[in-house]
Design a protein around this ligand. Structure first.
Ligand code: NAD
Ligand code: TDX
Length: 328
């Protein structure tokens, strides 16, 4: 199995999940080690994985690695909305050209491909109702989600036009260990652990469907084992919370006063709410979440960041400096 983006947050958790629960796979990782990639996220499994430091846009390298694999699981992407608003170019390159490069190699060599995507391709929903389904029309808002939508379209077209054996999944917001400190939950946890204050965009009313990374990765394995070729599966916990509510729980779990945070200017074009209807993956493939208690999941995640300062501390100052630049 070739895992692209295996040194990132979800990819590294996926590699560990695979080795533990699906030992029949020999796992290789292809990762460019951008600012978001971290080899130490693979430290617990280092001896069991072949690591290739390289770019998914490098057609020669991709061709060789795809030729030597049976299954390709494609996580590699530029993943942060705020960065995409500031400089969309790497998003177009990695997310669109990178996916194209992989698809061409998969087409040449006739391999099984799974494409990891996001609920953000469907745009956003009002606060008071509605859900995305696999047939919702694409309506991306940010440069990030527009490039993910483009990559999904390429995968669908390569299935239909060339008969490539691909599946797709569009997951809601993930949380868990090894998530970069630029993202909402780890940013706030590590701000507090460093003695600083959390930063809430706007009024904090935006709603996300927080899904544990291990539930996401278990769903991907179900799709690999039993999913129908050409199909898209939505993944999400069903646990929708406003950002203000999540922040309130983080503050409480860390023993902070409820008002110990700063309101900062809102993200331009900020999507209001995401919510996935997961009937298809539940009924067709029998997927169930194991992490059903967000408060307990957040407490465990806080413990992980508390115990693994060595992992995030080297990233923190540069991340907050980048946020200051983005706001300038
Ligand atoms: P991440 O930013 O933590 O990791 C991305 C990884 O991809 C990094 O290791 C990086 O070095 C690598 N990468 C980037 N460009 C590359 C390139 N050109 N060549 C090779 N490697 C490259 O991202 P993540 O949060 O783990 O997200 C992984 C995937 O899941 C992405 O496709 C993202 O769109 C999708 N997704 C994420 C979430 C979420 O909540 N984080 C939710 C749904 C879907
Ligand atoms: O400091 C912050 N304060 C804040 O209020 C940050 C970083 C974020 N936010 C808000 C913006 C969002 O409403 O929190 C929410 C979550 O923000 P992010 O962690 O940046 O995630 P989001 O924009 O929802 O996108 C995530 O989920 C879908 C991932 O980053 C994407 O890769 C994935 O596709």
């Amino acid at each position: 199995m070739l895992v692209t983006g295996g040194a990132g947050f979800i990819g590294a958790n996926f590699v560990a999940h695979t080795l533990e629960n699906h030992p029949r796979y020999e796992v290789e990782v292809l990762d460019a080690l951008t600012y978001a990639g971290n080899r130490s996220s693979l430290a617990p499994v280092a001896g069991a994985v072949a690591f290739h430091h390289g770019d998914i846009c490098d057609a020669e390298l991709v061709d060789r690695l795809v030729a030597g694999s049976d299954v390709i699981v494609h996580f590699a992407a530029e993943s942060h909305v705020d960065n995409s608003l500031h400089d969309p170019a790497p998003f177009v390159r990695s997310n669109v050209l990178g996916t194209f490069t992989l698809l061409e190699a998969v087409r040449r060599h006739g391999k099984r491909f799974h494409h990891i995507s996001t609920d953000e391709v469907y745009g956003h929903l009002p606060l008071d109702g509605g859900k995305f389904t696999e047939t919702t029309a694409y309506d991306p808002s940010s440069p990030y989600s527009a490039t993910k939508a483009s990559s999904d379209m390429l995968v669908r077209a390569w299935v239909r036009s060339y008969g490539v054996a691909a599946t797709l999944s569009n997951c809601a917001n993930n949380y868990g260990p090894y998530q970069h400190v630029e993202k909402f939950i780890p940013r706030q946890i590590t701000n507090i652990l460093e003695g600083g204050r959390p930063k809430l965009y706007g009024a904090g009313l935006n709603v996300r469907e927080w899904t544990h990374v291990d539930d996401h990765n278990a769903a991907v394995h179900l799709i690999l084992d039993k999913g129908r070729i050409g199909e898209t599966y939505l993944i999400g916990s069903g646990d929708e919370r406003s950002n203000a509510e999540v922040l309130g729980t983080v503050l409480e779990l860390l023993g902070q006063p409820a008002d110990a945070f700063d309101h900062v200017p809102d993200r331009p074009g900020h999507d209001l709410r995401y919510s996935n209807d997961t009937t298809k993956i539940r009924t067709e493939l029998g997927w169930r979440t194991r992490y059903d208690d967000l408060r307990a999941g957040l407490a465990a995640t806080i413990d992980w960041y508390r115990e693994n300062e060595w992992w995030w501390q080297p990233l923190k100052a540069a991340t907050e400096e980048r946020y200051r630049e983005l706001r300038r």
